[in-house]
Design a protein around this ligand. Sequence first.
Ligand code: A3P
Length: 307
Amino acid sequence: EEIQEVVSEQEVEQLMQNLLKVTIMSNKLELVNYQGFWHPNIKNYLKTFKSTLMFQRHFQPRNTDIIIASFPKTGTTWLKSLLFSVINRFRYPKDQTPLLKYHPHELVYGLEVDVYGNAFEYPRPQHLDELPSPRLFHTHLPYTSLPESITTSGCRVLYIGRNPLDTLVSLYYFSIKMMRKMEGEDFCFSMEDYFEDFYAGRMPHGSFFEHVVGYWKQSLERPDKVLFFKYEDLKEDPKFHVKRLAEFVGVPFCLKEESEGVIEDIVEMCSINNLRELEGNKSGVINKYFEKNSYFRKGKLGIGLII
Ligand code: A3P
């Protein structure tokens, strides 16, 4: 069954008629409200309302699946590279890790974007059944929109959150780049207006605050299934949190690995300065509009005021 065909355009159009819509960024980016959160609805590009429907209706999880969840610009790329490294450390020697060649987004697929959406150009897995276990995925959906098949199965969810000011600034620069590619190089909008929209929750996958709180609550209620990371904590003590990650996903580091420096090697491989310089991340575009290197900007704390 072709994934693209399971929800028709006609049905999507009909359902959309009853949804709230707003436009942000000088009226250039339309958002539609579905299940209390805003979804980007960009013509011929990223329409996550449709792909969310497909994801919700058709995804069949395995109990071994591991899903990274995040609001955009909170450290998704970093967590993808760390999770991929931890899970695949027995499969590839460190000098042959696919991270040397591929962008982390090409190794951990976004469910509503890569798998069920149509934005990305690199080969997508049409047959998710063929992927080896544990399958690693990513989603920007809020917890309450995850399909029940995930929330009631054995799947584990890793969430990464970041302080709102740094998230806002990171998203602002990322969005400007994206909009300039779509609308032309002279496109601009002010940080002040962007702040207003962010604060009011009018962002793709927003509200940011409700997104974070939803997963935070779940991490308290179902600590065996949902693990919450903070970007700031990862920065402060990456080794501790990589160990925490490995334990949570069921492949803790043994003493021999610890003494051989395996954790330090993973932390180093996934550091922003290392990833940024790798062939797979340096040049090229990850989909129509995003330069691969735009996922590695500053990677600092408290960047809110440093422009
Ligand atoms: P800045 O714009 O503040 O630099 P996402 O991956 O969710 O899109 O988030 C992108 C943010 O994470 C960017 O923040 C980016 O620089 C930062 N980032 C990417 N890779 C990182 C890494 N390996 N370590 C720390 N931060 C990283």
